[in-house]
Design a protein around this ligand. Sequence first.
Ligand code: SF4
Length: 293
Amino acid sequence: MNRTLPVWLTKRVPSPDTVREVQGMMRDAKLNTVCESARCPNLGECWSKKTATFMILGDTCTRSCGFCAIKVGKPDAVDTHEPQRVAETARSMGLKHIVVTSVARDELEDEGAEQFAQTIRALRAEIPNAIVEVLTPDFKGKRWCIKIVVDAEPDIYNHNIETVERLTPEVRVGARYRRTLQLLQTVKQIDSKVYTKSGIMLGLGETKGEIVTTLQDLRSAGVDAITIGQYLRPTTRHLEVREYIHPDVFDEYRRLGEEMGFLFVASGPFIRSSYNAIDFSKKILADRLASVG
Ligand code: SF4
């Protein structure tokens, strides 16, 4: 694979002052973001607009997915004060749509579900009416863990399928394609008012037909919103990029997703689960968003 990035994957350099400001807020509050931990290519852009995605339950993951740059190892004990610090920092940043994700915590009995629930509650108390989106691990498919999170009433429950069924064992260590679909279905079964969302990365060697099947599977699982982006290799230790997908092809998938009936489709080379996540809220929860102080 040619290592030179195509022109559509070059990014404008952001304003360093605002980026440093967000970084300072996270350091002061001893919080982690997936933006930094996963080496997201949008960090400069998002942080210069003062948006970031909180990553709870520490900075160390118990899985080692082939695409992900997050540190792997034995995590620290759960910090029970973390939910309140997330809420206070989100308020200081002026966020109206807050995205909270986490590392996988396979060693915990509840897989970290209670920490998600506490974070949702802290955000509700700190920023009434704000839109809360969670992006959870698969909790090994445990229904009672999914229920803990759904019962805390997030507005949007996101869980990424990441890739097509054939490539899942290679790309997502410990995860299963069908279990992801089941999780997304379970969220709707527990509370049909919660919007569900999922995301897929392209460029890992999947075929067009497999992508279409994955989108159909997600729609059949009742998923409301999808994000489709280009996989970029974080380091040479990670899976290789097999293909750089042209922006026109991303547009085709967006149109296809819309035709399939998804309420919201974001598709483009730099799309990530949480990139401009507020755009989905603007579409489905505009009144609530306008009422956030
Ligand atoms: S796209 Fe998401 S993870 Fe990446 S910098 Fe923006 S908010 Fe952070």
